[in-house]
Design a protein around this ligand. Structure first.
Ligand code: BTN
Length: 321
């Protein structure tokens, strides 16, 4: 580990308490100048390192993320977390890792994505500092037709992490968006590679994007009336806890065989009872969302009185305004 990483680790462990340059130098067996250089370099990377008579401390308002800062909140040892400043898409990075034999439970986190991807070919706005964007590599022994279980588990884990860290009620908008206060705060993109001969998964990548606070000037464009955030401010420690809690919750559900969270998934559905528009290709039909069944299909009643159950791959839905 570099001197800079060692200094960062101690500042993060200090939880805002000051530690003198002299003490750091002694502990790391380096010169005070080396500590000074490490602090300058951390500041250049976006860490808000304060200096006072007592020494250096990490501001509670510091926004930047680090591997150690996330691992600090992870009670589960299995995760291999890497943090990047900017990537095109963490899903793409993890898919590349998977193709090169990357280890299950590898996690890639980015401060910013230049080409964040959403479901159905959409883009996912991923600015620096106000959100968390990360992807997890899985190598589950699952038949292809059960891939949806991963998506469901991810939605439940994201909902739990968001509720815990925001103190607000979070709901799942079928299939796997998370809504708080009527606004989308989280999107999940699960991508998989399939072994066609065995009809099983080679690997799956679960990508999660959560809006922690609104970007400066607010959300813009077509997401203006839909997107929301879970908090007023976006500190590094809040962002780290949101990621760590998601990972722990997901691992917990995964270890239980991905079963057992379906009731929770069904019971906190945002669309239940709402008037919606069902979009299938170019076709748009008004309906009332009734409920999500045990196979995760959405039951709807169209305005002409006919009812149907919708599969996640076939349609998307919009709330009627
Ligand atoms: C959606 O809302 O349609 C899903 C959005 C998923 C966004 C996350 S952010 C991390 C990961 N990398 C991506 O490019 N997409 C997912």
């Amino acid at each position: 580990m570099s001197i800079k990483d060692e200094v960062l680790r101690r500042l993060e462990d200090g939880d805002g308490a000051a530690i003198s340059g002299e003490a750091l130098a002694k502990e790391l067996c380096v010169s005070r100048n080396a500590v000074f250089k490490a602090v300058s370099s951390l500041r250049a990377d976006g860490y808000d390192v304060l200096s006072s008579h007592g020494g250096y401390s990490l501001s509670p308002q510091s926004v930047a993320l680090s591997t150690h800062g996330i691992k600090k909140y992870l009670s589960d040892e299995r995760f291999d977390v890497s943090v990047f400043g900017e990537v095109d898409s963490t899903n793409t990075v993890v898919k590349d890792m998977a193709e090169r034999g990357g280890r299950e439970w590898s996690v890639v986190v980015a401060e910013k994505q230049s080409a964040g991807r959403g479901r159905l070919g959409r883009t996912f706005l991923s600015p620096r500092g106000t959100g968390v964007y990360f992807s997890l590599l899985l190598r589950p022994h699952l038949p292809v037709e059960q891939t949806l279980k991963i998506t469901v588990a991810a939605a439940v884990a994201a909902r739990r992490s968001i509720e815990k860290n925001s103190g607000k009620r979070a709901e799942i908008k079928w299939v796997n968006d998370i809504y708080v206060g009527g606004r989308k705060v989280c999107g999940i993109l699960t991508e998989a590679s399939i072994d066609a001969e065995l009809s099983s998964l080679r690997y799956a990548v679960v990508g999660v994007g959560i809006n922690i606070s609104e970007p400066q000037g607010g959300f813009d464009g077509e997401i203006k009336n839909v997107a929301g955030a879970i908090s007023e401010t976006s500190t590094g420690s809040l962002r780290a806890r949101v990621i760590a809690d998601f990972l722990c919750e997901f691992a917990h559900i995964y270890d239980a065989g991905l079963e057992g969270c379906i009731d929770e998934y069904r019971s906190c559905q945002y669309l239940d009872g709402k008037d919606i528009i069902v979009l299938r290709g170019d076709e748009k039909k008004s309906a009332k969302a009734l409920f999500v069944d045990e196979n995760c299909r959405l039951f709807v009643r169209f305005d002409d009185g006919t009812e149907d159950s919708l599969g996640s791959g076939e349609v998307s839905t919009k709330i009627k305004t």
